[in-house]
Design a protein around this ligand. Structure first.
Ligand code: 1HN
Length: 379
């Protein structure tokens, strides 16, 4: 057969007609008119269940961080390149800077005194800090401190810049819905001011957003947040940690509330709506007690995890990796994941495995295309 887009005989498709001269002629006619018959393609177009083009993969923090440091020495940050961000490229997505078909994940690095310039884009974004501090991200002219364990969402089309106000470099991870907006051809981007004012280069302990929106269960009367993205720009580790600690304490006391035995989780939520912090991204923190293992679970849509603390093993569709602090892994759509918390070689005994997770779940829920299977139970 020639390099025709139409397959004359589709081995994987049953009930194909016998190849004859007339059939070859017919298929050549299809090709000339840019037509493709369904009967040769249906297996790929309509699989019985999602068959991700992406592969499960693990990136080690110990490999990423030295490369980011080296980029800090060799590559300036400024207008044009915009960010010293180095993206995770899924090995099965053709070298594109996409962790999964919908999710972007990158390590970003900023040196003492450096500024990442102001811009805005329709892509929804967040930062998560696995170690270090000293950078303020300025979102809508509100400077927000970034420290270990903090989660910092930033909904699309907000102006944002970052500055490192300390004498230490800082690394963190960025998550965005770039591949999703790329595939759906929905992106807009604008450069901001080249210089930000001194008033914005300040380094307050608490951002204006936290002072207005960061009080548990209390909504400011008179402030109308956009439903499209959370008005709270920082979710601090002390709250996340305490929520997880208390869930596991309650479990030990015999009260309900955990996901499954030994596994606590919280979801970062929009304080005005209770929904996801960003329209396309769901973000959570999980804690698996030392010795516990999560039930294998598959979901429609993909996720990226970063180990925040502790160590263990993760198994994604039959591939098992040991993981430790900072390591990142991607779970493609409908591939099963289970997580086991156990002491590693180099681990200080933290007693649990903490994992930050982000996924594209809100997209599938909005389309009523979400599905979850836990150990054979469909939901
Ligand atoms: C971006 O604006 C940031 O603001 C990080 O830190 C990563 C990747 C692609 C496009 C814009 C940031 C980005 C990005």
């Amino acid at each position: 057969m020639t390099a025709s887009p139409v397959r004359l005989v589709a081995e994987d498709a049953p009930d194909q007609p016998r190849p004859t001269t007339e059939l070859t002629e017919l298929y050549r006619g299809f090709e000339q008119e840019l037509l493709v018959p369904l009967w040769t393609e249906i297996g790929d177009l309509m699989p019985a269940h999602p068959q991700s083009k992406a592969a499960p993969h693990l990136w080690r923090w110990d490999s990423l961080l030295p490369l980011a440091r080296r980029a800090g020495e060799l590559v300036p940050v400024g207008r044009g390149g915009e960010r010293r961000a180095i993206a995770l490229a899924n090995p099965s997505l053709g070298g594109r800077p996409f962790a999964s078909p919908t999710l972007w994940a990158a390590i970003q690095y900023l040196l003492p005194g450096e500024d990442a310039p102001e811009h805005r884009h329709t892509q929804h974004a967040f930062r998560f800090v696995v170690e270090g501090e000293g950078v303020w991200t300025v979102v809508g002219r509100d400077p927000v401190a970034m420290r270990r364990g903090d989660f910092l969402p930033q909904a699309g089309w907000n102006w944002h810049a970052h500055h490192n106000a300390t004498s230490e470099p800082m690394a963190w991870i960025d998550g965005l819905d770039i591949p999703f907006q790329y595939a759906t051809e929905a992106q807009f981007f604008e450069f901001g001011r080249d210089e930000v004012s001194e008033a914005e280069r300040i380094t307050p302990e608490r951002s204006r957003s936290e002072r207005l929106w960061g009080h548990p269960g209390l909504r400011p009367v008179g402030a109308e947040p956009s439903p499209a993205g959370t008005p709270l720009l920082a979710y601090r580790w002390e709250h996340t940690d305490r929520a997880l600690t208390e869930q596991l304490e309650l479990e030990a006391e015999g009260f309900a509330g955990v996901v499954e035995p030994g596994h606590a989780a919280v979801q970062f939520s929009h304080p005005g709506t209770g929904g996801d912090v960003l329209p396309t991204l769901r973000t959570q923190m999980h804690r698996v007690r030392r010795g516990a293992e999560t039930a294998p679970r598959r979901e429609v849509g993909s996720s990226v995890y970063q180990v925040f603390d502790g160590s263990g093993t993760v198994t994604i569709d039959g591939h098992t990796w040991t993981v430790g602090r900072g390591d990142l892994f991607v779970v493609p759509s409908w591939q099963s994941l289970s997580i086991r918390s156990e002491a590693g070689h180099t681990d200080s005994d933290s007693g649990a495995l903490d994992l930050f997770r982000f996924s594209d779940a809100p997209v599938f829920e909005a389309l009523h295309a979400d599905r979850v299977q836990v150990e054979g139970i469909s939901r």
